[in-house]
Design a protein around this ligand. Structure first.
Ligand SMILES: [Zn+2]
Length: 58
């Protein structure tokens, strides 16, 4: 199972994409990216839910 997220689905205009074997690892990568590129230093439950809603798995 691979988990995939296009950041642009959460943050319109962002071209970053993430793929990982685990949803937790994916969220960690997204959190680092969000802090570095979007100034989102805290992943609130709302942000986490918005991200998870856009995660696809295959
Ligand atoms: Zn982004």
């Amino acid at each position: 199972m691979k988990y995939h997220l296009a950041c642009g689905d959460v943050m319109p205009g962002c071209a970053a994409t993430f793929t990982s074997d685990s949803q937790d690892t994916l969220l960690g990568e997204v959190a680092r990216h969000a802090a570095a590129d979007h100034g989102l230093t805290e992943i609130t439950p709302e942000v986490r839910d918005a991200v998870l809603a856009q995660v696809t798995s295959a």
